[in-house]
Design a protein around this ligand. Structure first.
Ligand code: PLP
Length: 355
């Protein structure tokens, strides 16, 4: 069953899956270190960074925890407008941080004005924001918010969760002034689940030197010490890194700009289809995600029933997230998905609806 059109874990190309079947190398061996080094170098352009990308044996949520533990002693500002930014707020709270929040209604973006208002009141060590809120299909204006922060509160490090956008959407971390960007393997990068990635600036690493109780597993300074030797403090997920190395080659063969354009084209295609069928789009105009579209279920489609039919054709869409279940449904268009795949999906939905 191919989990096509769900926002992760997504379909993985057979070549990438097969890359995992090579003999397992010890993670402290010259042969493995070479593969690790090459993969890490090829990831940097995806984040738009010249610095470094940490590769962890964890999912992305682990790196939400790494950000708050390493980069803030106390003062965190969490931007919340969906389930995953709410999670990051909870992660910060559960690590004992002092967290304020800027909230936007689900489906609405965090704006520069909202953040500016809060930054007038308090100083923060870090600001957390989700680039692409998978729960609502919305892209926050991270570039603009990072610019504001560097203008009015330059000591605040901007930390971004780009779990469902990185690899499908342009991200220019260094140019935008972002200091920490985390993502997971199983979304737009189209890898199997199990790896986390965190691009980290020098400034962020320097901050970590002054933060107490960074923990052990995700201590960025320890991770850097090992990364400089092309390794990880604990055992690497060796076979997943084989898959990563192959997928990085494939992504660069496609070309980053071509890959981003493909995602943009698919997003436009889904939006056009939804509007042509008199559905509404859940996320605010101008902020709709390029990797997952959340459609307001105005025709009250039986999403579970539709998926039963779709599954027979190896397709599947996602129901709305949490309280949005059945009120919305989500069509993901990330990773290996091609514009033509969407035609097949639309035709099947049309048949199901007898349109
Ligand atoms: N952040 C976002 C935006 C997500 O979409 C998800 C998962 O869907 C997560 C974080 C959590 O990632 P993981 O399941 O890799 O921990």
């Amino acid at each position: 069953m191919a989990p096509l059109f769900v926002p992760g874990p997504v379909d993985v190309d057979p070549e990438v899956l097969n890359a995992q079947t090579k003999a397992v190398l010890p993670h402290r061996s010259k042969e493995y270190e070479k593969i690790f080094h090459r993969a890490e170098g090829k990831m940097r352009p995806l984040f738009g960074t010249k610095y470094r990308v940490f590769i962890t044996a964890s999912s992305g949520s682990g790196l939400q925890e790494a950000a708050v533990r390493n980069l803030a002693n106390q003062r965190v500002l969490a931007c919340v407008n969906g389930a995953f930014s709410q999670r990051w707020f909870n992660v910060a709270l559960s690590n004992g941080k002092n967290v304020d929040r800027v909230d936007a209604e689900w489906g609405q973006p965090i704006t520069v004005e909202m953040v500016a208002e809060q930054l007038k009141k308090e100083d923060y060590e870090i600001l957390t924001i989700v680039h692409n809120e998978t729960s609502v299909g919305l892209e926050n204006p991270v570039k603009e918010i990072a610019k504001l922060v560097s203008d009015v509160s330059p000591e605040t490090l901007v930390c971004v969760d780009a779990v469902s956008s990185l690899g499908g959407v342009e991200f220019l971390m260094d140019e935008w002034g972002v200091d920490f960007v985390l993502t997971s393997s199983q979304k737009a990068l189209a890898l199997p689940p199990g790896l986390g990635f965190a691009a980290t600036s020098d400034r962020a690493l320097h901050r970590a030197e002054y933060v107490a109780n960074r923990g052990w597993y995700f201590d960025l300074l320890k991770m850097e010490e090992y990364r400089l030797r092309n390794s990880t403090p604990a055992t690497s997920a060796v076979t997943l890194v084989y898959a990563l190395a192959r997928q990085m080659e494939r992504i660069h063969e496609e070309g980053l700009q071509a890959r981003f354009a493909r995602h943009q084209e698919m997003a436009e295609k889904v939006r056009e289809w939804a509007l042509s069928k008199d559905f509404a789009l859940y996320a605010a105009v101008g902020y709709q995600s390029k990797t997952v579209t959340t459609v307001s279920n105005t025709h009250e489609i039986d999403v579970a029933g539709l998926n039963e039919v779709l599954l027979k054709k190896n397709m599947r869409i996602a129901n709305g997230y949490g309280s949005l279940k059945n009120k919305t449904f989500r069509i993901a268009h990330m990773g290996e998905t091609q514009p033509e795949d969407l035609d097949e999906l639309f035709q099947s939905i049309d048949e199901f609806m007898r349109w």
